[in-house]
Design a binder for this molecule. Structure first.
Ligand SMILES: *Cc1c(COP(=O)(O)O)cnc(C)c1O
Length: 231
């Protein structure tokens, strides 16, 4: 057990050092939130991470996430981010444990999340997920549809539109894709000044995301290890 704790502490420290270096290279002194993506890993790891100072975790599958969050000893210290594709019928369940949904990708889901947040009696933070690849293979709305979906989310009483999220496209360098995301974010903020969050960057490309203004990094394997052995 303590071996695992040491391993997590060391890798977390290394990721934090990478973030600090990238922030200073970009001349940034604002805050960036590290969301540790704990999918496939047990609640015990999440508890250890919370003891090591992690405040935000990311999960991408409803069944796994709801079971895991229910087991957490340190739930009160953690903000839970839902980062995966979400079926409309799962909206009610996700709103019960998630504080933020990063993967808003269609108006119907916005409506379902709004109704679920109303029933839960608390507002839900949402990010519009943008598809940066031309094939649409990694999810999200096309860049041209961001404004319309943002308008829908902003008009709902129980959702708080916080900004944009994206995954770097496959087979293309991340930096120019994140630069396009940053432009979309700037455009979004002219209509929605409070939508300042930019969720981008994973284990392999967090430096590129920091350079393009990411406010939230979603880092899994660089901290928890390979998910292959946990599937
Ligand atoms: C799994 C996942 C991550 C974390 O990826 P790593 O490469 O393990 O850091 C980030 N974002 C999303 C949307 C994911 O599904």
């Amino acid at each position: 057990m303590s071996g695992r704790r040491d391993e997590l502490a060391e890798r977390l420290g290394a990721v934090r050092a990478r973030i600090d270096m990238a922030m200073s290279a970009a001349g940034r002194t604002d805050d960036v939130t590290l969301v540790v993506v704990t999918k496939f890993f047990p609640a015990a790891d999440v508890d250890t991470l919370a003891e090591l100072g992690v405040t935000d975790i990311g999960e991408n599958r409803d069944q796994e996430a709801s079971a895991k969050v229910a087991e957490l000893a340190h739930r009160d210290r953690l903000t839970v981010h839902f980062i995966g594709q979400l079926q409309t019928k799962k909206a009610g369940g996700v709103v019960r444990y998630a504080d933020v949904v990063h993967s808003l990708d269609r108006p119907k889901l916005a409506l379902a999340l709004d109704r679920a947040a109303e029933r839960a009696g608390r507002p839900l933070d949402v990010l519009v997920q943008v598809g940066l690849d031309t094939s649409g293979g990694r999810g999200g709305v096309a860049p041209d549809d961001v404004a319309a979906l943002a308008e829908v989310a902003a008009g709902l009483d129980h959702l708080r539109l916080r900004g944009l999220m994206a995954v770097a496209p496959l087979g293309e360098p991340a930096r120019p894709a994140f630069a396009r995301l940053r432009e979309l974010s700037e455009r979004l903020r002219t209509d929605h000044p409070a939508a300042t969050w930019l969720s981008a960057g994973m284990s392999a490309d967090l430096e590129d995301a920091v350079a393009e203004g990411a406010t939230h990094l979603r880092v899994g394997s660089a901290i928890l290890g390979s998910r292959e052995s946990h599937r």
